[in-house]
Structure formats: structure tokens, C-alpha cells
Write a protein that binds this ligand. Structure first.
Ligand code: GRF
Length: 240
């Protein structure tokens, strides 16, 4: 098991991207991010994992890696704004560069999102802008769609509406049910989420004024994982 200290950068000059991961559930995406850190595929380290759900499996996963965890459920009757303020206060203690929403099932306050503009990313299990919100796999099947997938995007105050960066497409197969389709989408999530974090860690991807830029080029549409030219030896990915 790795500790945060094991995720040092390949180059001593570059600062390792300091991540906070917010997760409500299983934390399989957190696991994929931790693997990418530990293997050195991305120059990042997870400093803290925070959950709104006490006892969430994601917290145990973090603890097994020696990573500090915080349980921060909303207080009874607490406003979204107040909860966001407590979250921000907790994050301040860890000098975080990027906040990663990995299955965080609570809507964040506009103030929270604004404070972290350009430093807050999310993974969503659909090809946004299709199927914002919950139950995406079910809705794809009910609509009889042939293509599904997942999206990594920067977060804005509009739910699942922030600028998308990278998508992975998944073909809907004959006989798929919600669980089978979800499992195949999740596999792709585990690939594209660490990849985007890696781009940010390498200084290749930024988001200023709501416009994501990869290698200086504004992304007016999300990149598609299957269309990236890859140099696996360098871990590079260049749009075709
Ligand atoms: C993923 O499907 C993610 O896209 C969605 O919530 C799920 C979290 O899964 N936002 P896990 O907790 O990372 O396993």
C-alpha cells in the first residue's frame, strides 16, 4: 500500500499536484486515482479524502493507503452554503491544488464552486450534455440509445453543466441491463479520470474563465478517448 509520500514526482523540480478527493460511495474511481499516483503515471498525490457519508467505503479505501479522511455530513437543517463553507475550511488545512469529485453525491453551493473555479473536476457517467443527473444507465437503456459513456468535466454551478474535457464512449450491447452497462462505463471512468488529472499535474490542462485549454488549445468540445493518439511510453496523449 502506498502512502502519500510515495507519490513523489519523476522530476524533482516539479511540484506534485496536491489532490483532495470527495466521495460518497464505493470509491472505485478513488482507487484508480491512487493506483495512478502510486505507479507514477501521474504526478499527483491524494492528501485527504472527504465524504458526506460516514462509513463510506471510499474512506476505508483511503485509510488502507494511509491517507487522512474526514467525514463531513451536513448538519440537520444546514444550508448548502454553510456546508460548503465547512468543506472549504477543511480543505484549507491541506494546501490543495485540485479538488476531485469522485462519486460525490451532494450538490455543492455556488460559492464553493466559485471559490474553486478551474480547480474542481467531476466524473459523470454519461456523454454530457446527454443525461445530466442520476440514473444515467437506466435512461440510456430506456431511450434505446446505442452509445453511452462517461465524461470528465470542470465543475460550474450548473449541475453536470461545466465544460467537458474528455469522454470515453461505450457501445450498448444486446442484452445489456443497467448493472452490466454501468460496469463497462465504470471501467472507462477509471481510465479517463486519472488521465485528465495527469494533464493538470503536468500543467498541460487549465481552465480559466470557464474555458479548458489543453497544451494551449481551447477545447470547444470534449476530446474523445478513442481518438487520442497515444505514446504509451511517455504516457502522452495528443488530440488527433
Ligand atoms: C461513478 O459512476 C461516477 O461516475 C458517479 O458515481 C460513481 C462513483 O463510483 N459520479 P465509485 O464510488 O468511484 O465507485
Amino acid at each position: 500500500m502506498s502512502s502519500p509520500a510515495e507519490c513523489e514526482p519523476a522530476t524533482p523540480s516539479g511540484r506534485v499536484l496536491r489532490l483532495a478527493v470527495l466521495a460518497s460511495g464505493t470509491g472505485s474511481n478513488l482507487g484508480a486515482i491512487l493506483d495512478a499516483c502510486r505507479s507514477g503515471r501521474i504526478r499527483a498525490q491524494v492528501l485527504v479524502v472527504i465524504s458526506d457519508r460516514p462509513g463510506a467505503t471510499a474512506l476505508g479505501r483511503a485509510q488502507a493507503h494511509g491517507i487522512p479522511t474526514l467525514e463531513l455530513p451536513p448538519l440537520t437543517g444546514e444550508s448548502r452554503t454553510s456546508h460548503g463553507e465547512r468543506l472549504l475550511a477543511a480543505l484549507t488545512r491541506f494546501d490543495i491544488d485540485l479538488v476531485v469529485l469522485a462519486g460525490y453525491m451532494r450538490i455543492l453551493s455556488a460559492e464553493f464552486v466559485q471559490t474553486l473555479a478551474g480547480r474542481l473536476i467531476n466524473i459523470h457517467p454519461s456523454l454530457l450534455p446527454r443525461h445530466k443527473g442520476l440514473h444515467t444507465h437506466r435512461r440510456v437503456l430506456e431511450a434505446g440509445e446505442l452509445e453511452h459513456g462517461c465524461t470528465v468535466h470542470f465543475v460550474t454551478a450548473e449541475l453536470d453543466g461545466g465544460p467537458p474535457v474528455l469522454q470515453s464512449r461505450v457501445t450498448v450491447l444486446e442484452g445489456d441491463d443497467e448493472a452490466r452497462l454501468a460496469a463497462r462505463v465504470l471501467e472507462r471512468e477509471h481510465v479517463i479520470f486519472p488521465r485528465v488529472i495527469g494533464w493538470i499535474a503536468d500543467g498541460r490542462l487549465t481552465c480559466d474563465q470557464g474555458i479548458p485549454r489543453l497544451d494551449g488549445h481551447a477545447l470547444d468540445a470534449p476530446l474523445l478517448e478513442d481518438r487520442l493518439l497515444e505514446d504509451s511510453s511517455a504516457g502522452e496523449a495528443t488530440p488527433r
